[in-house]
Design a protein. Structure first.
Length: 757
């Protein structure tokens, strides 16, 4: 093989014979190529065809010789990037002469289904392969990020972590649901003894009077067992805070200390079989008997039973029951009443019928049950009367004259549940990511020929699966901190916006967690399927988060309607059509013009610029809001009832809410980064913020392209930049999940700690 005609085929011979999955098509394709080349002499064709005769394969030594030739050429010439480059280097013919045949060889590569760059990479020096070289690094002080995440609640967070790391909190692994429920109840007692349960209650009733610490307790407990979190939340959050926030001093004095110590386990009985999200439609009744000064609590028919009530099936002794107040046959709407369920020995009381919801997809340590009431009589003082009461004359009274306003004020006091749940979901996402990323850093698969296998986290597609989720988790953390602080410092004037933001963040965080945990499970392969590695429990236990405390899709409608009515106060009692028109016109006036240069700009400095990210998010939010308002306005003008008009655009309303939440989340992430003084930490957080922003733009690229805000050349550049950011963040990925500071006993999954051989 001394002339060019023969030398040119060595890379192709090696390629065909080194393929473990040799096919007849490959042989026939190469034969056809050789026979079709008019520049080959007949004797050369015959010789070349002998080299691809399946009945007479080359010797092992001959194949190795070809490989050595190719490695020498490629490693001595770093500019080689294709098979044809090798051919040029091997040949004595001039490059000009060879250029005539380049297209023929490139077409052959295509016909054989090979990628020249990938083939060439096999022969490069393994020392220089970027995939093999990428390693976990420690480029910043992890404890400083932990301190930033914990904020002012660091002390209580550390205290909770210390408690749940004790041997008493070893994970429950038996199959008995009954025993599991008892174990969770025991854990709750330990937490109550630590004064964690009453943390938000007033100090005069044994509490800590600190709602910020309470939310941090809930989130930190979520690193442990989510059945415990929900049981804890039902007892001290829903049951306890309903008494605290809907009741008055007489209720506080009578119940709060016992609730906080878990001496009085209770329930929050709102949801009914026929009514979940539509609280106004609840059908349980509380009929006032003025002669006896009592209320008669009644389940009018089976599907009006209270359903899915935590603490009901086994442990609950009392419940806050939401029921329609009936006085002299007049319905005064939904109010709240304290109703006994069991005596102190656990015996169900007369008139109470309790069922067990039984095994569930997850959270089987929580005793969810059904409750029916059959003429259950409770005294007048059992009405939680902060916002409504029955006076001594048997007349309904309320400091809030509007029925609608009173109803939403009552529910607004309970918005804390929609803060605790997304923070719990966030902790579960952090746990899943910690397990998957630490495993990906250790688990090795594949690698260059003759070299060691490579950690799977080094592969770009694996980074793509996990690292945008890591960036989003950091972003959501700071958005939820913002929501929590706004809730704690709330005023009546901004309560509607806070309620909408809480509803939205509950949806955004829990949907995110569901997606993250599924990706983490798949990224861990078969190991992620094993219960010992906890991803199954995390997935199953958080599945309900998307529908309890409000169905996410319904809550997103609430968010969108709030955005549509955001200017109502400025214009008094404007009707719905006028309001929608104003929102649309106002949004139009603040649109930034689409700059034809910016829509195509692809330089790195621009793509990574936070101002570009913010403007894109803001533009999308305002545009979608305006177009939704315009659509509703037109539908109404065309004669459709307002109720039907909103029904027609429900899918559009979800987009309104989503765009709003993404903008808030990005803003809060950037605000948090601005508070960081440590340059190394600021740098890695900025990369995460860039990845979050660009990943969301990429996710919504169809909208941006349809709108004309971006052009295809730019969305392609954004996709490339997302890949690059994942690569840049990979060395810090393990440190970034270590910064969550999840106790080892809580993370527990062996694959997060065992080095994979």
């Amino acid at each position: 093989m001394e002339n060019f005609n023969i030398q040119a085929f060595i890379p192709l011979f090696y390629l065909v014979w080194s393929d473990d999955n040799l096919t007849d098509i490959e042989f026939e394709t190469l034969k056809s190529f050789i026979n079709s080349q008019t520049w080959l002499q007949e004797k050369d064709k015959l010789y070349l065809l002998t080299k691809i005769d399946k009945q007479n394969p080359p010797t092992r030594e001959e194949i190795i010789g070809w490989k050595n030739q190719l490695e020498t050429i490629v490693q001595n010439n770093p500019n080689i990037s294709s098979i044809f480059d090798i051919i040029v280097d091997m040949s004595t013919a001039s490059k000009t002469a060879l250029g005539e045949f380049k297209n023929d060889f490139l077409q052959l590569e295509n016909d054989l289904g090979v990628l020249g760059e990938e083939v060439v990479s096999q022969f490069k020096s393994k020392i220089n392969l970027a995939t093999s070289k990428s390693k976990t690094a420690s480029n910043f002080d992890i404890t400083k990020i932990t301190a930033l995440l914990n904020g002012d609640q660091a002390e209580i967070i550390d205290k909770v972590k210390k408690v749940i790391s004790q041997p008493e909190f070893a994970y429950y692994t038996e199959e008995s649901i009954s025993s599991y429920r008892d174990k969770v109840y025991e854990w709750c007692k330990i937490l109550a003894n630590e004064n964690f349960g009453n943390m938000a209650f007033p100090k005069e009733y044994g509490g800590g009077d600190d709602i910020l610490n309470y939310f941090s307790i809930m989130e930190t407990l979520s690193y442990h067992d989510l059945s415990l979190v929900i049981k804890f939340g039902v007892q001290f959050g829903l049951w306890g805070m309903s008494v605290q926030l809907l009741g008055t001093k007489k209720h506080h004095e009578k119940y709060l200390k016992d609730i906080g110590s878990l001496k009085l386990p209770g329930c929050f009985a709102m949801t009914e079989t026929n009514h979940g999200s539509n609280v106004k439609g609840l059908e349980t009744t509380a009929t006032y008997d003025h002669q006896n000064k009592t209320f008669i609590i009644q389940t009018p028919y089976p599907n009006a039973q209270k359903e899915y009530i935590g603490n009901a099936a086994v442990h609950g002794q009392m419940a806050t029951v939401f029921a329609k107040l009936i006085i002299n046959n007049h319905d005064y709407g939904v109010n709240a009443f304290i109703v006994p369920l069991r005596d102190s020995e656990g015996n169900v009381l007369n008139g109470i019928k309790i069922g067990d919801c039984g095994p569930k997809m997850g959270l089987n340590g929580v005793d969810n049950g059904t409750i029916r009431f059959d003429n259950v009589i409770v005294p007048k003082e059992n009405m939680l009367d902060r916002f409504a009461s029955v006076n001594e004359k048997g007349v309904f009274e309320s400091p809030i004259p509007s029925d609608n306003r009173r109803f939403f004020t009552m529910l607004g006091t309970l918005v804390g549940g929609r803060i605790g749940i997304p923070r719990s979901a966030l902790a579960a996402a952090k746990s899943g990511l910690a397990i998957a990323i630490k495993y990906g850093d250790q688990r090795k698969q594949f690698g260059p020929d003759g070299e060691s296998e490579v950690p799977i986290l080094n592969y770009r597609i694996h980074q793509r699966r996990l690292l945008p989720h890591l960036a989003k988790t950091y972003a959501v953390h700071f958005a939820l901190q913002y929501l929590t602080k706004r809730f704690v410092s709330r005023t009546e004037a901004d309560m509607q916006e806070i309620e909408a933001l809480a509803a939205g963040m509950k949806s955004y965080s829990s949907w995110s967690t569901t997606a993250i945990l599924q990706e983490c499970r798949e990224a861990c392969g078969g190991k992620g399927y094993l219960s010992i590695n906890r991803l199954d429990r995390l997935k199953n236990d958080t599945e309900i988060y998307t529908t309890f405390e409000g169905d996410n899709t319904v809550l997103m409608q609430l968010v969108a309607k709030n955005r549509l009515s955001e200017f109502r106060k400025s214009f008094g009692k404007m009707d719905s059509v006028g309001l929608i028109q104003y929102v649309y016109e106002n949004a139009k006036t603040v649109f930034s013009e689409k700059n034809p240069i910016a829509t195509r700009r692809t330089d790195e400095a621009h793509l990574l610029d936070k101002q570009f990210h913010l403007q894109a998010f803001q533009y999308r939010e305002k545009s979608i809001l305006a177009s939704a308002a315009k659509r509703i306005k037109k539908l109404i003008e065309d004669g459709l009832a307002a109720y039907d008009a909103f029904n027609v655009v429900q899918h559009h309303m979800i987009d309104v809410a989503q765009a709003y939440l993404e903008r808030v989340t990005l803003e809060q992430f950037l605000f948090a980064i601005d508070t960081v003084e440590d340059k190394a930490i600021q740098a890695v957080l900025e990369k995460l913020a860039q990845l979050y922003a660009l990943a969301q733009i990429e996710k919504n690229k169809a909208w941006f392209l349809e709108d004309g805000y971006l052009e295809p050349v730019k969305t392609k550049a954004i996709r490339k930049m997302v890949n690059q950011l994942c690569w840049d963040i990979r060395p810090d990925a393990v440190a970034l999940v270590d910064a969550f500071a999840i106790p080892a006993s809580c993370l527990a999954a062996p694959i997060a700690f065992q080095e994979q051989k």
